[in-house]
Design a protein around this ligand. Sequence first.
Ligand SMILES: Cc1cc2nc3c(=O)[nH]c(=O)nc-3n(C[C@H](O)[C@H](O)[C@H](O)COP(=O)(O)OP(=O)(O)OC[C@H]3O[C@@H](n4cnc5c(N)ncnc54)[C@H](O)[C@@H]3O)c2cc1C
Length: 421
Amino acid sequence: MARIVIIGGGTAGLAVAARLRRAGQSDITIIEPSARHFYQPLWTLVGGGTVAREATVQPEARYMPQGVRWIRDSVAELAPERRSVTTAGGSTIDYDFLVVASGLEMDYEKIPGLREALAGEGVSTNYSYDLAPKTWRAISSFRGGVALFHMPGTPIKCPGAPQKIMYLAADHFRRKGISRDARVIYGSATPSIYGVPQFAAVLNGVLERYGIDARFNHELVEIRPEKREAVFRNTKTSDGEQVVIPYDLMHVAPPQRAPEFVRKSALADPEKREGWLKVDKHTLRNPDYPEVFALGDVTNTPNAKTGAAAARQAPVAVENLLAAIAGKEPAARYDGYIACPIVTAYGKMLLCEADYTGKPAPSFPFLDTFRERYDMWLLKRYGLPWAYWNFILRGRSVPFLRAREVAQLAGARAESQYARP
Ligand SMILES: Cc1cc2nc3c(=O)[nH]c(=O)nc-3n(C[C@H](O)[C@H](O)[C@H](O)COP(=O)(O)OP(=O)(O)OC[C@H]3O[C@@H](n4cnc5c(N)ncnc54)[C@H](O)[C@@H]3O)c2cc1C
């Protein structure tokens, strides 16, 4: 038996702890400061006015696996050379093996004016439990003008979330009959609407349907809340031309980075300004300190940071950690699987799933998931939250998300059947 310390009791931390308990490990400590556990994917629907924010939170204690020691504190310092962590409360905890699953933090200061704008009227973000209801207040009280939706160029959790809320807003304006008076603008630092061409084709159609003015390669550099202006830099121009967009409503996705204790540690990837924790993208093991594993939003793996990725990484991290405890080489490999359920209207969802190959990786081989679907909306609204609380956090595989593997076992050629050019 090894002393295992897990930093963070979010999606990844609890999933790993539950699996390790099931595998018979008995000396597990989770360091997690929060008494509340959030199902963040539903914050999109809180901002869209269809879910109460209280429906997205549960007591952390309810999901803490039995037999796991829970230290309600936050980690302030990592000392991998001494195999110990120090908490903000001043305790030092030694480990044999460490799992870092601390997620990421918002970097509000990176955009001048962002904090002030969020404190005032008309600007909100779904990236916060406290502010998601304000998004809906802004959308539902909007009477016309410019509704501006922002997407940064640096990695953020659920990179689809900034456009999901935009489609819900546009659909709401349509249903309310104010589309003609609403100018919806997408100010995005990315070069296109989505990285996987098959899904981008569908989403370009959605932009067109709503008449959204998409400005790509536009990086937000400042917000002037007193004038209700957002300043972007056009990264396509040689002189970084400044573009000022006046807004009446704005949704912001704050820039994000690794928590400070990771950024300043020897585990941070020196090549990433946001200080993501360095791991092998397949084994999830740190190359310099082989007793350290990490998963979820905190890592430097090149997949989109999503709960779906964390859920897929958890069994890999656990299998490799158990191998390391047994003195063996890690054999399990994370394939880069991510899922981004892009809500495109009330009652419509496009399930974007891909892996490190950059190609679609659909879970439901007998459904055409290359189009917007009502059943996928139901999956987002009801199926995934149910799977999250009852399977993922309990360290179990989600039965319906295994459909693809079952189909492959049965010899179905799912991908080629539905692949789009
Ligand atoms: C608006 C929004 C929409 C989203 N939509 C989707 C979606 O549709 N599909 C999807 O798959 N994903 C979605 N996500 C992303 C998903 O929620 C995250 O990718 C997922 O929760 C990552 O899991 P994690 O365990 O890495 O981080 P988290 O679940 O955030 O957990 C990190 C934990 O670490 C703790 N922690 C932080 N600092 C410390 C410290 N110093 N010491 C100890 N503990 C610490 C935190 O309190 C927290 O409990 C969405 C997120 C948002 C905000």
